[in-house]
Ligand binder design. Structure first.
Ligand code: ATP
Length: 364
């Protein structure tokens, strides 16, 4: 059966490791509370499974996800017991690379001025999205080591940039700019390409040429450029200037941690790994955070906002709106975990949002 034709959508849920196993159940409860017509199936991929039977991804696992599900909700991978981190690499990077989820979409939105470490910055001032290329760059693990462990050791790490890969993420950014609105409902109008083409001339040259050519197809959208170091400075100095940012895999990884700090920290940041028309994957930006795992202190709001982003992608607009409104209310009323100023645990914060979303309030 073609799953895309079903009215009820099928979601694969993979909590993974560490705080992923605490925040994803909260996101799942909130999805249930929203009443969205979805069927959720949980998978145990992660460190425990790997340590038990050496399985990272079961045979045909990615093909099964693409065939049988409309979307995938993921927590985080990483566990101190698996020193090589092989399971995280095979599951998470495997999903991004093998399912060709080339657009990593990371919205950066400040819900309440109190969450921003910058002075005088209001929610309307931090409302941009970073589109990170997700399948190339330095994350392809191309490279090698010569004369390992000697004084003459040579290590290379290749930065892979293909014309096809660069062009499609840039085009995705312009399409995104054309179709997405800001929180206040106004249209988006600018795409900024971020690189380091003054020092990394070969890869940078390809990005520059592709950006120039693709931007010419979108005359109504302003095309801008900034070197990544300048962008970091400007993001702290004046985040108001940003709208849609498109960049490579590594710069996207780094600047979205910086951007997450503008919206209240890693616990607040959501993301989607998207290939238009295919099964896409949604995950909070944070990792498994071993130091705080298992303590009921992790902030579940990033995972809950990720769930809202996934529902919106699946055309459950009204449900996504209700979830985002409930998260905003939780932040305003400080019904949150300690990292953003509340005194609730992970479960209690999740319950509060689920109560708001269902309209029944918190039962406990
Ligand atoms: P990865 O390399 O996979 O990104 P990491 O352990 O290096 O993982 P994170 O897991 O993202 O990085 O977390 C770094 C720190 O940020 C955590 O130790 C924790 O202090 C804080 N943090 C991350 N996520 C949350 C959250 N949901 N709630 C509260 N604090 C968080």
């Amino acid at each position: 059966m073609d799953s895309k034709k079903r009215t009820s959508k099928r979601i694969a849920v993979i909590p993974g490791d560490g705080i992923g196993r605490e925040v994803i159940p909260e996101a799942v409860s909130v999805i249930r509370a929203s009443g969205a017509a979805v069927e959720m199936t949980e998978f145990d991929w992660g460190a425990d499974r790997y340590l038990r039977d050496q399985t990272t991804v079961p045979p045909e696992g990615f093909a099964m996800l693409g065939r049988d599900f409309d979307a995938i909700l993921v927590g985080a991978f990483g566990d101190p017991r698996v020193k090589t981190n092989i399971h995280a690499k095979e599951i998470l990077l495997g999903m991004r690379f093998k399912m060709d989820l080339y657009a990593n979409v990371r919205p950066v939105r400040l819900l309440d001025a109190a969450l921003c470490p910058l002075k005088g910055v209001e929610p309307k001032d931090v409302d941009f999205s970073v589109l990170r290329e997700n399948t190339e760059g330095v994350y392809t693990d191309a490279g090698g080591v010569l004369k390992l462990g000697t004084a003459d050791e040579i290590a290379t790490q290749e930065d892979i940039n293909t014309r096809k890969g660069v062009e499609r993420i840039i085009r995705y950014a312009f399409e995104y700019c054309q179709t997405q609105t800001r929180l206040d409902g106004s249209p988006r109008s600018k795409v900024l390409m971020c690189d380091k083409s003054n020092a990394m001339t070969y890869a940078g040259g390809l990005w520059q040429r592709a950006f120039k050519e693709v931007s010419a197809e979108y005359p109504k959208i302003a095309a801008q450029h900034m070197y990544v170091d300048t962008l970091c400075m400007q993001m702290v100095r004046d985040p108001r200037q940003f709208d849609v940012i498109v960049t490579n895999n590594m710069f996207g990884d780094i600047i979205t941690d910086l951007a997450a700090a503008l919206q209240g920290g890693l616990g607040m940041a959501a993301s989607g790994n998207i290939h238009p028309g295919r099964t896409s994957m949604f995950e909070p930006v944070h990792g498994s955070a071993p130091p705080i795992a298992g303590k009921n202190v992790a902030n579940p709001l990033g995972a809950i906002l990720t769930a809202a982003m996934m529902l919106r992608h699946l055309a459950f607009e009204e449900e996504a709106d209700r979830i985002e409104a409930a998260v905003l209310e939780a932040v305003r009323q400080k019904k949150t975990t300690e990292d953003i100023g509340g005194d609730l645990g992970t479960r209690e914060a999740g319950d509060w949002v689920a109560g708001q979303v269902s309209g029944k309030g918190v039962s406990s």
